[in-house]
Design a protein around this ligand. Structure first.
Ligand SMILES: [Zn+2]
Length: 262
């Protein structure tokens, strides 16, 4: 049974428990979910609709076999693309509101950071403010690529949004080194799985080989994920939402778990 961050089936998965797991119900939601303490440091929600035998008491009973923090020991660099004087691509949503790629990448990086940390992983952000790493573009990109080795990361994920014609749509994951092809493929597959569960028609543009500096000069498994087109007003209105960011974050975490645990 899945343990989720919020009491609904679309919320990011924190882990899972088996039928022998017993725990104290901390509180219940009006849609019949229960919040439980499922590890020493983590609380999460399970559906009581599907767990008649698992947790049926509000009395403190023992918490047995806490599940692992599945990404404990893994450090991921999250690189929110652009920033500073470089806004990246600029689009207008269906309401005519101007949105920059730089603000979208930072919001997504923060959502992905939280999702990774929720399952015990460690995140190093290349930027966590609106500022760039360096006002010189080449030096900025070099510093981002170099950060993987500097912090001793296992993997590097650069976050971007795409721009082309107003009808272009979908998501893709770039890789440069052949050794990163599998990493990009697994991350892309899991992002699309999560996104398509919620938004069935979003296009999968697949993993792609491309020569970009933050990938070429990286020393760890690296991918650059393009999470949708800011040039497409309809797509921009969907991707600039917390729900979309959460969904992508869930996909990234599932991808990292698949990549490291299989
Ligand atoms: Zn970009």
């Amino acid at each position: 049974m899945n343990v989720r961050r919020l009491p609904n089936t679309g919320a990011p998965k924190l882990g899972s428990i088996n039928e022998k797991f017993t725990a104290v119900i901390l509180r219940t939601s009006n849609n019949n979910w229960a919040e439980i303490q499922f590890s020493k440091t983590q609380k999460g929600w399970i559906s009581l609709n599907t767990s008649s035998t698992v947790v049926t008491t509000k009395k403190p009973i023992q918490v047995s076999d806490p599940i692992d923090n599945v990404l404990a020991g893994y450090k991921i660099v999250l690189d929110a693309g652009h920033g500073g004087t470089d806004p990246g691509a600029i689009g207008k949503d269906l309401k005519g509101k101007k949105v920059t790629e730089a603000e979208l990448t930072l919001a997504s990086a923060k959502a992905i950071q939280k999702a990774i940390e929720d399952v015990g992983g460690t995140v190093s952000m290349t930027r966590s403010t609106t500022a760039a790493l360096n006002s010189n573009k080449t030096k900025d990109l070099a510093a981002r690529a170099a950060s993987s080795a500097k912090v001793g990361a296992n993997a590097f994920i650069s976050i971007h949004y795409n721009s082309a014609s107003s009808s272009a749509e979908g998501l893709e994951a770039l890789y440069y080194q052949t050794s990163s092809k599998k990493f990009a493929t697994v991350i892309q597959k899991n992002i699309m799985k999560a996104v398509n569960q919620k938004y069935p028609n979003v296009k999968d543009r697949g993993p792609k080989h491309q020569n970009v500096m933050v990938l070429r000069e990286n020393t760890v498994f690296a991918t650059l994920i393009e999470l949708g087109f800011v040039s497409n007003a309809k797509e921009l209105s969907r991707i600039n939402t917390d729900t979309y960011r959460q969904t992508v974050a869930e996909g990234v975490v599932n991808g990292l778990i698949e990549y490291y645990k299989k």
